[in-house]
Design a protein around this ligand. Sequence first.
Ligand code: UDP
Length: 237
Amino acid sequence: MKKEELYSGKAKTIYKTDNPAELISEFRDSLTAFDGKKKSEAKNKGYFNAQISKKIFEMLEEEGIPTHYIKMVSDTEMLVKAVEIILIEVIPRNIAAGSITRKYPIEEGTVFENPVIVMDYKSDEHGDPMMNEDIAVAMGIATYEEIAQIREMALKINEILKNYLGEKGFLLPDFKLEFGRVDGKIVVADEISCDTCRFWDKTTGASMDKDIFRFDKGDLSKTYEEVAKRIVPEIFE
Ligand code: UDP
């Protein structure tokens, strides 16, 4: 069923399958930060991220949000719909952290009364510059209607995820979403995992995400395992 490699990114490899409408997304143990300038590997990272992503996609589907997720085909491999990726990183922000505190005079930890949706052009080559609907339309990346729909979906997903993770003892300062087109519809694609979200422990405020790697804050495999224990406790039974 799994056929040749289609594309290998920084943390996942995408394979063709017998069915052109479906791909396999393999979550690997490799990780990068700072536009690929910092590289490493962490044991079981791919496994924990795949399982966390699976659980979150299933939960979003139950809440009526369409995603590219179909099913798991192994511990680290996900069968997904082949979508046309829209080259925009959509970042809902609830608490200031990361790039927004470097680019604007906003202090880390500032709680946003209204979620802030940041859109970046997905291109390491260009350093992921800021994107908005006019630039997206000018570049032919998406239509005004699509951008409006993506924004609505991102706000809804943010509310759902914030509540879901809140119950599991996490704050969700920010996370990154990617969207794709399939069958005339916009769906959530890529992954939603420790690599693409900021998770702060509600009690201690400690980072439980890729910031561990970005800023050498501790043992990444152990931290991702702790996150997996809260989100997918069933895999430890
Ligand atoms: N993010 C991501 N991929 C990227 C850039 C950002 O998944 O290429 C996620 C990141 O993990 C964080 C959020 O998007 O949860 C916001 O990242 P930010 O813009 O603050 O960039 P950073 O501080 O990580 O450079």
